[in-house]
Design a protein around this ligand. Sequence first.
Ligand code: ATP
Ligand code: MG
Length: 324
Amino acid sequence: MTTILKLENYKVYYETPNGYVRAVDGVNLEVEKGEILGLIGESGCGKSTLVMSLVLPKPPMKIMGGRALLGKIDLTKLSWDERRKILLTKLSIIPQYALDALPVIKKIGAFLSDLAKDKNIPEDQVIEKFIERIKLVGLPTNVIDMYPLELSGGMRQRVIIALSTIFSPDLLIADEPTSALDVSTQRQVLELLRNLRDTGIVKSIIFVTHDIASVRQIADRIAVMYAGKIVEISSVEEIIKNPLHPYTQGLIRAVPVLGINYKKKRLSGLPGQPPNLLNPPSGCRFYPRCKYATPKCIKEEPPSVNINSRIVSCWLYVKEVPKK
Ligand SMILES: Nc1ncnc2c1ncn2[C@@H]1O[C@H](COP(=O)(O)OP(=O)(O)OP(=O)(O)O)[C@@H](O)[C@H]1O
Ligand SMILES: [Mg+2]
């Protein structure tokens, strides 16, 4: 299998007057060619920091260590010029809140002129590529003459998808691309993203969300993030059927199941709050909310263990080596 992206002990902090916010703290993760990897976790766990830092790490964000290999390129070592060259061609992102960030008073065509200048490519070539994409995402070609203001949320998200994949990047990152959309538009956008992967326009996708329902519709594997760390990585089926990490178990149980009367059976969500990342707990970051926590969990961080190709970081799954 070819690996498109490999993160090794990757750390990204925010520098603040009160100290470092340890938003991404020692992440190991691989994205394979052809896969859609879902990245899921509660608000504030570091999902956007992780993906944004790969594309545009800018202050107060600071890469504190590790490697982020996109093929042979270490993204942590790139200059701004080198980074700009690979943006859209090898690596592309649909940022969280992109729908609101699109300047409303600029025609879509004007974005294409900017893009052509920036990439030093003749404008008609860029327009030709864009028209190819715009047909693929199911929009009329006259959107080029329209302002984002004239488009519905779903149409705007399709334009953003067309723009972000215009040069067929190896890896597309989509950060909460469906959160602001209604349910039927959400489904169409998920299908569209899957189609981009199926037709090879992009090789792989990282799909970021806090919503299990949408991630299970699109992803092949899921990485679960908690307080700056990846706590579990498994296939979608396995994670839904048999979550290993106590945090994943809580996340899955917090999702209502059709046909259950919740007046009789209470939603067993996750009690408590995630930790403050300025001063995270020692040992396992989940121990203050974990019903299985032992003194060892408070003192020592659990290693990642591989169980039948699943990865989990929890002392429950670490076999004690018998003393001789
Ligand atoms: N500019 C900043 N300065 C300091 N801390 C920040 C900054 N931006 C984010 N953080 C902190 O970094 C942590 C991770 O935030 P991040 O936005 O990556 O989370 P997220 O998982 O994407 O959340 P959401 O689901 O709400 O989008 C949070 O504790 C957040 O408060
Ligand atoms: Mg986010």
